[in-house]
Design a protein around this ligand. Structure first.
Ligand code: PEP
Ligand code: MG
Length: 746
């Protein structure tokens, strides 16, 4: 931008600041602002449109259009050119507005006489507040300098926190942060909960968007960027040797040293913005682009830039993470995303977690499950909508967040919570009873675990033992490979906590969706079918051996139960079993105390293993069906793919018949069998699994109560008959028949 334009826009910003600071009532001030902009840029029309609710924009002030249209003209998001700017968060610049695609004629504004149109989004921290428009009769496209000047003005307007007060009949825009909002997400951990928002990354407040002394602002910016660079270099030095982390930080450094980023911010300052406002302007643009980027890599880089901007803002404003705000007593944590270690730091004090990004397989989800904290992921816009201290209700059954709920929602939601509390009381009353069905059959209910944080659930859930301890979680939540001594200490604590209850330690199950942050990723076309679990353990046995030793030392003379994941054929089991024997021998030679007894089993997660030779069934210590994987391979439907993962019902006759066949084979060879996939924790599914003969089910601790409650009220012989009748009738799935039977039972 040329100097003269720079000083022009600085002058305009100076005048704007005076107008904004004046004592005029809100509307008069906004009118003055549109007037000033139109005059300075030399256009006939300047208008401000603001959101009055989620998807309606309202004309709130204008210079040049019919003043009677103010607070009357409204359009929906995406409607007309103004709506298009708001939806796409992008500039629309055209010499021929009436001839443009999407133009909507609004006779009340008298705008048909204006040919050219320039609209820029008014946005703050990624939130679009409205649209600033200039128009003129002359058919011309606005120059890059004019577009830029208008963007700077929009940035300053966005900082007027009382902007919302201008929206007609009191439906204030700031009220967007005080009105109820319903948002949807994906359930990471079930549960309904209520509390108040606690932002993991508190917003940085920029109170001085306009600055008089550009030299001083440039100095401040340069100083802050220098501090940022030094900080990133320090992080890089600390990450030395950690290739993955270094790669991420290198990308950070590249941005921190980016000339383009710096130059744009310098230009913003030249136009009259303060250093903070310049950073925020670039951040808003990056966020708008982030919302549009379909390419994952690009999204990640834009998100790096977003993080860097936050750091820079904190340096400039001196606002650390600690803003002085106090965590509410019932915090619902809100974050764009969060790492497992940070989440563990918060611990059990959180009532709920809502993430804007994340996924059901993420490490944060694993931790939230261990801590039994309701979690929703993929809740778009939560970080921009929610403010610290806002009242919030999280429905981790339906995947809904009620932010600032109104009274009707509060009442209905509290009823739901009360019902859940009632059910919990009921489950607590049967906690120490066996899961004995009416027909007399007893099912052993065990829990799945993986973190130390899971262990308190062992006594409180009524689990008879840990049917699946996913050892990879300890590897996944760290930034580097854990040491043998560290693992051994953790496993010993698990065994201590379990006391006489049995713990089935599953050896490292990595690969596919479970990628260790510190291991070189293997670029596989189909990771679920790739180099994972025991395949890695056998090909590169170093880690497996280290883990086996850690487990044996943790047992320290106690009984030890081991299980290998993803065994697809007999030979894999025998090879893995041989590693156990070798490890035992090594421990003996080294003079360590050996486990009192050692049981070695395998997970049945591929259809192939169900058809292994009988000799395998005779030899293996026990089998546990990993239903999550088994189902995905049985139906050829990716468990991670939302589009297909629910397509095939566990109660599909084919799948149930297949499981029955496994039950029969195990019965013939007297091989102990359990089921430890997620389905074991779903009452109806668990009931059917028990009916077809499974006598050990391992599940999330919170599922034990509901599953036990249903089992105790059911007759497994009858359920088995319902299943076989449905099968004989040729039904594809037994669920409808089971549901009808249960309804009839009341
Ligand atoms: C399974 O596949 O069912 C299982 C229990 O293992 P994971 O979910 O850890 O793959
Ligand atoms: Mg599995």
């Amino acid at each position: 931008m040329v100097d003269s334009t720079e000083s022009e826009s600085r002058k305009l910003l100076g005048r704007l600041r005076d107008a904004m600071a004046g004592d005029d009532p809100g509307q008069a001030r906004l009118d003055k602002i549109t007037n000033l902009i139109a005059g300075s840029i030399g256009v006939e029309v300047c208008s401000v449109y603001l959101f009055r609710d989620e998807d309606t924009l309202e004309l709130c002030a204008t210079q040049g259009l019919n003043p009677d249209a103010v607070h009357k003209t409204r359009m929906r998001l995406g409607e007309g050119l103004v709506g298009k700017v708001a939806r796409r968060r992008q500039v629309v610049n055209t010499a021929d507005a009436p001839g443009s695609k999407g133009f909507r004629f609004m006779p009340e504004t008298g705008e048909e006489v204006f040919s050219s149109f320039l609209g820029v989004p008014i946005q703050r921290l990624g939130e679009t507040l409205g649209v600033l428009v200039v128009q003129s009769k002359e058919a011309r496209e606005y120059s890059a300098d004019e577009v830029y000047a208008l963007e700077v003005v929009a940035m300053v307007l966005a900082e007027m926190t009382e902007l919302g007060a201008f929206v007609g009949d009191g439906a204030a825009l700031t009220a967007r942060h005080s009105q109820p909002v319903l948002m949807r997400g994906v359930v990471g951990q079930e549960g309904v909960t209520e509390g108040h928002i606690w932002l993991h990354e508190p917003r940085v407040v920029v109170s001085n968007p306009i600055a008089d002394d550009p030299e001083k602002e440039l100095e401040r910016l340069k100083g802050a960027v220098e501090e940022l660079r030094v900080g990133v270099d320090k992080m890089l030095a600390m990450a030395a040797g950690d290739a993955e982390q270094s790669e991420v930080l290198e990308a950070y450094r590249m941005f921190a040293n980016s000339r383009g980023w710096m130059r744009r911010m310098e230009e913003d300052i030249g136009s009259g913005l303060s250093a903070e406002a310049a950073v925020e302007k670039e951040q808003s643009l990056a966020r708008a682009r982030m919302g549009q980027a379909t390419d994952n890599y690009l999204r990640e880089r834009l998100s790096d830039l977003d993080d860097l901007s936050n750091r820079l803002l904190r340096i400039l404003t001196g606002q650390g993470k600690d803003t002085g705000a106090e965590m509410p007593p019932d915090p619902i944590l809100v974050a764009r995303n969060i790492g497992p270690a940070e989440l563990l730091d918060y611990g059990r004090g959180l009532r709920g977690i809502v993430l804007e990004e994340g996924s059901v397989g993420s490490h944060a989800t694993i931790v939230a499950r261990a801590l039994a904290i309701p979690l929703l992921v993929n809740v778009g816009r939560i970080t921009t909508e929610a403010l610290n201290g806002d009242h919030v209700m999280v429905d981790g059954e339906q995947g809904i967040v009620h932010l600032r709920p109104d009274d009707t929602v509060v009442t209905a939601f509290r009823d739901k919570m009360a019902m859940e509390a009632e059910a919990l009381k009921r489950y607590a009353s049967i906690r120490d009873k066996p899961a004995q069905a009416k027909c007399g059959s007893v099912v052993s209910l065990q829990m799945n675990a993986g973190l130390l944080a899971d262990l308190p659930s062992l006594p409180t859930s009524g689990a008879e033992g840990v049917g699946l301890f996913r050892t990879e979680l300890q590897f996944l939540i760290r930034n580097q490979m854990p040491r043998r001594s560290e693992l051994s200490a953790i496993y010993a604590r698990v065994l201590d906590a379990a006391g006489t209850k049995r713990v089935v330690f599953r050896t490292l199950d990595i690969g596919s969706d479970k990628v260790l942050p510190y291991m070189k990723p293997t670029d596989e076309p189909n990771p679920a079918l790739g180099w994972r679990a025991i395949r890695v353990g056998l090909d590169k046995p170093g880690v497996l051996r280290m883990q086996l030793q850690a487990l044996m030392r943790a047992a320290n003379g106690r009984a030890l139960t081991l299980m290998f994941p993803f065994v697809a054929q007999y030979e894999e089991y025998t090879r893995a079993r041989a590693e156990v024997d070798k490890a035992l021998e090594r421990e003996r030679r080294l003079g360590h105390i050996l486990p009192e007894s050692i049981e070695v089993g395998a997970m049945l997660e591929t259809p192939s293993l169900a058809f292994a030779p009988t000799k395998f069934f005779e030899e293996v210590g026990f089998l546990s069906i990993g239903g999550n994987d088994l189902k995905q391979f049985f139906f050829a439907a990716d468990r991670e793919n939302e589009r297909v993962r629910r397509r095939y019902d566990t109660l599909n006759v084919s799948f149930l018949s297949f499981i029955e066949r496994i039950v029969e084979r195990c019965a013939l060879t007297r091989t102990p069998l359990s089921f430890c996939g997620e389905d074991a924790g779903r009452p109806i599914e668990a009931l059917c699994l028990a009916a077809i003969g499974l006598r050990t089910l391992s599940m999330r601790p919170a599922s034990i109560g509901p599953v036990k409650s249903l089992l105790m009220r059911s007759n497994l012989d009858e359920v088995r008959k319902v299943i076989s009748d449905a099968r004989h009738r040729g039904e594809m799935c037994v669920r409808p028949a089971i549901m009808e039977y249960l309804r009839a039972q009341g």
